[in-house]
Design a protein around this ligand. Sequence first.
Ligand SMILES: CC(=O)N[C@H]1[C@@H](OP(=O)(O)OP(=O)(O)OC[C@H]2O[C@@H](n3ccc(=O)[nH]c3=O)[C@H](O)[C@@H]2O)O[C@H](CO)[C@@H](O)[C@@H]1O
Ligand SMILES: C=C(OP(=O)(O)O)C(=O)O
Length: 428
Amino acid sequence: MHKLMVEGGRQLRGTLRVSGAKNSAVALLPAAILAESPVTIEGLPDISDVGTLSELLREIGGEVSQEDRTIHIDPSEMISMPLPNGRVKKLRASYYFMGAMLGRFNKAVIGLPGGCQLGPRPIDQHIKGFEALGAEVTNEQGAIYLRAEKLKGARIYLDMVSVGATINIMLAAVRAEGKTVIENAAKEPEIIDVATLLTSMGANIKGAGTDVIRIEGVERLTGCLHTIIPDRIEAGTYAILAAAQGEEVILDNVIPQHLESLLAKLREMGVMIEMKDDQLYIRPPERMKSVDIKTLVHPGFPTDLQQPFTSLLTNASGNSVVTDTIYPSRFKHVDELTRMNARIRGEGGSVIVHGPSPLYGASVKASDLRAGAALVIAGLMAEGTTEISGVEHIERGYENIVEKLNNLGANIWYEEMSEIEKEQFQNS
Ligand SMILES: CC(=O)N[C@H]1[C@@H](OP(=O)(O)OP(=O)(O)OC[C@H]2O[C@@H](n3ccc(=O)[nH]c3=O)[C@H](O)[C@@H]2O)O[C@H](CO)[C@@H](O)[C@@H]1O
Ligand SMILES: C=C(OP(=O)(O)O)C(=O)O
């Protein structure tokens, strides 16, 4: 078990290449289950969620091989093997095995997914969608059993906009008989990416990226080659970091249009941003202005950037109000930032960041992936050294974070935890 050590106060400069999108990759890999011949996916991020999904694909009989960033998945020998526990609990996206296995085999048995603990994360809308398509869904001792004679297209209105439910219903519906319409669908770029892969496999999908998706079921899907879009959340995290501690940082392999809400907020704070093709140039101002943020469904401010952005706000002059309407209790990073001298207090469902307040290195715990990113940013901004435990959360979603940041001039390294630290971590 190791911890991440971050020396604060260094100015960062140089070019950082953004990896393939985690939230696309984790849906694209299960989507390959639906094909009858090999699927090749390029631009894979090297993160633990991808490794876990590759193992799950192997567990159900998939032949999976990887060379560098390209994965080949041969789904032809797959069977609907129950996946009640184990790896399924390591990540959120294991829920995509429900839609994909239901779509291919008309049955699936899968444990409830894990992923970041951000407050309640029900999957009732996924189940509502599967049932509308004709599946019988039961929860037996913590595993979800899905069975259908034959899936039939349906009109499904999502009670709330859900990324996972939208993708899962698409996966189940592409081989169903007839037409499916998903209303109040999520519009995230990752949904378009999954629809692009499925379309290359032979699916008939219209409207991905809008709030009404229409799918005409087809009998079979075949393998294809697909390249994953860049990770807008990784790019956003590093853009925030560059605004906090950069001299002049260039982010490479970015789709700036995917980051409009973040870039608008950074500009409001006075950060200089230039876009050129797939690159972003970021320079912080002398003095940063406070801003309020409220997370919303895409294209609103993404909840996954709320925690990293809170770290940046500690350096802004004035009071900033942060509200998360997607996960109203996604604030576990706040106590840790407070240990580092941030002045943040809760009010109603929001937190108010009083800035600027200098941060000081401390021993802190990453409770989830983006809390981890928030602490890395805070550690780089702080005076002294910060020790971050809970590194496994960060490794779920950030490829080679140590190498990428050290290439910009940071000083970050892993250290093995002492026995006492391990015990304290496990009991905290
Ligand atoms: C693997 C992946 O892509 N994860 C992302 C995905 O998570 P995930 O797909 O789990 O998030 P959703 O978009 O489904 O959740 C949005 C909101 O709807 C609620 N909800 C969702 C489904 C449901 O059946 N019932 C229900 O009540 C959730 O509790 C949450 O409040 O989108 C989130 C919101 O952008 C991101 O933070 C996650 O990074
Ligand atoms: C919440 C996240 O991930 P997951 O849904 O995989 O837990 C995230 O990527 O910020």
